[in-house]
Write a protein that binds this ligand. Structure first.
Ligand SMILES: Nc1ncnc2c1ncn2[C@@H]1O[C@H](COP(=O)(O)OP(=O)(O)OP(=O)(O)O)[C@@H](O)[C@H]1O
Ligand SMILES: [Mg+2]
Length: 223
């Protein structure tokens, strides 16, 4: 399990898109069987990247939180265009209920529960985006179940301090100096949320009193 953490705009999604392209997955989200959405804009980076694990994995899924509704609509459209009697609806593979007719978080969990298997490479861009803290824990449990007896590889970009605590995950921190491995406790994400929740009033008091907002005021990782 590799986690990618960094400030907005540091290149996490770009990196995951290039990895997904190397797996042959649809760049807008999905896998090799899905054909919709835009062309991959990071072809040069994808060409420069080599995935080193063997055997080469072609099963799996690329999940982008930001274009998930495009994916959900695409699945609905596929079912709408099918000839009657041509087998079970494609939606059955996603739990049977339109992903667009569930809440944001429910539809994410339906994908995770139904589409993720014990073998494959899973590239997930902010899978926590729609999940409550409770569901983030349910998601951690699901990852654990799939990882422990399966043959899976996970590349996950996240801003969630909860997901970052996943046991034995390698965490890579991206910033303007490059990418380095660190511990979740050293990330600004973890430190900021911890410090904030320890004393929200004091934190807000300072923040709102400052003359000019400083977006970069969080402590960078030291490791
Ligand atoms: N389609 C694009 N064309 C040109 N530049 C882009 C495009 N998409 C992203 N960028 C730029 O590339 C850089 C990295 O973007 P990327 O989306 O990979 O960041 P990120 O780490 O995923 O950020 P976030 O945490 O906000 O999702 C940013 O500076 C961004 O402005
Ligand atoms: Mg991103």
């Amino acid at each position: 399990m590799a986690l990618f953490v960094g400030e907005n705009g540091t290149g996490k999604s770009t990196l995951l898109e290039a990895a997904a392209a190397n797996c042959g997955f649809n760049p807008t989200g999905g896998n090799r069987n899905h054909a919709y959405g835009r062309e991959a804009p990071m072809a040069e980076l994808a060409a420069a990247m080599r995935l080193s694990w063997l055997p080469r994995m072609t099963q799996g899924f690329f999940m982008r939180a930001e274009s998930f509704f495009d994916f959900a609509r695409y699945i609905d459209d596929l079912d709408a265009e099918r000839f009657p009697g041509s087998g079970p609806p494609i939606l059955d593979a996603y739990g049977g209920k339109s992903l667009n007719k569930q809440s944001h978080g429910e539809s994410f969990m339906a994908l995770f529960r139904n589409k993720f298997a014990r073998r494959g490479i899973y590239i997930l861009d902010e899978p926590e985006a729609a999940l409550s803290p409770t569901r983030q824990l349910a998601f951690l449990r699901l990852l654990h179940d799939l990882e422990k007896d399966g043959d899976t590889q996970w590349l996950i970009a996240t801003h969630s301090p909860i997901l970052m605590t996943y046991p034995n995950a390698q965490l890579f921190y991206l910033d303007e100096t490059g990418i380095r491995e660190t511990d979740y406790r050293e990330t600004p994400h973890y430190r900021l949320v911890r410090d904030f929740l320890n004393a929200p009033e004091r934190f807000l008091d300072k923040l709102l009193r400052e003359e000019k907002a400083d977006e970069q005021s969080a402590t960078p990782p030291t490791k």
